[in-house]
Write a protein that binds this ligand. Sequence first.
Ligand SMILES: Cc1cc2nc3c(=O)[nH]c(=O)nc-3n(C[C@H](O)[C@H](O)[C@H](O)COP(=O)(O)OP(=O)(O)OC[C@H]3O[C@@H](n4cnc5c(N)ncnc54)[C@H](O)[C@@H]3O)c2cc1C
Length: 228
Amino acid sequence: MKVKLISHTPQPERMVAVAARLCYAPVGGENLFNNLTDLEVEKLVRFIIKSRHLSTTEHIVFTFSIEGVSRALTHQLVRHRLASYNQQSQRYVKFFGNYSYITPPTIKNNPKVFTKFEEMIESIHKFYEEMLAAGVEAEDARYILPNASETKIIVTMNARELLHFFSVRCCNRAQWEIKNLAIEMLKIVKKVCPIVFEKAGPNCLRGPCPEGKFKCEAPPKPSDFDAY
Ligand SMILES: Cc1cc2nc3c(=O)[nH]c(=O)nc-3n(C[C@H](O)[C@H](O)[C@H](O)COP(=O)(O)OP(=O)(O)OC[C@H]3O[C@@H](n4cnc5c(N)ncnc54)[C@H](O)[C@@H]3O)c2cc1C
């Protein structure tokens, strides 16, 4: 899995502080952006996060390039609606010879099924290529490709959506691959936005686990999400 933060709002925490301060200020946003001190920014952002006035965090956006993940993962990712996505197309990109796939650790580490898994993927891909060679359009040949197929996606989320995404997808209840992605993304944004994301992560970092009978045996520790 390759996860890179390729773009984000400049001075994101200053932007959040400006949005917060504007509500009570006699001057406009430009003035505040240029004149708030670093200490004022820090205090305002801490207050905003603690008081959950999270609309102010919608002004800062983060764009990630994500590669080396499965279509099973991206199918879950794009369920998060308050985000923008662009994904490598299986209609326009033909996987002739260059087909990659993701193998879950439970399959890789199970000698009873691993070889068969690899053989089946290889044979599926061979038939996919046969269909392309026989004139089937890529958009139809792809119907045979599995959830394991490797894909690339760009996602842009604002900080409020990221906080929500981290609360459900860094949780041990989340599927392993999207959980790994969410943890990577959290570690990365913590570096550029340390106060906003200081306590981000699964709900159990901030209070009781809401998962009831699905509660996990070994809840994560805050240090599992430390910034890179
Ligand atoms: C552990 C786990 C298991 C899951 N299992 C399944 C499953 O078996 N089947 C399945 O179909 N899905 C499943 N999901 C996906 C889940 O149902 C959601 O679709 C997904 O997590 C997106 O989250 P969301 O809907 O909270 O918020 P997002 O789409 O990320 O939106 C963020 C928030 O904005 C608000 N919001 C967004 N859109 C609306 C709207 N239209 N109306 C009102 N408020 C809105 C809500 O407060 C929402 O929480 C699972 C998710 C997890 C984490």
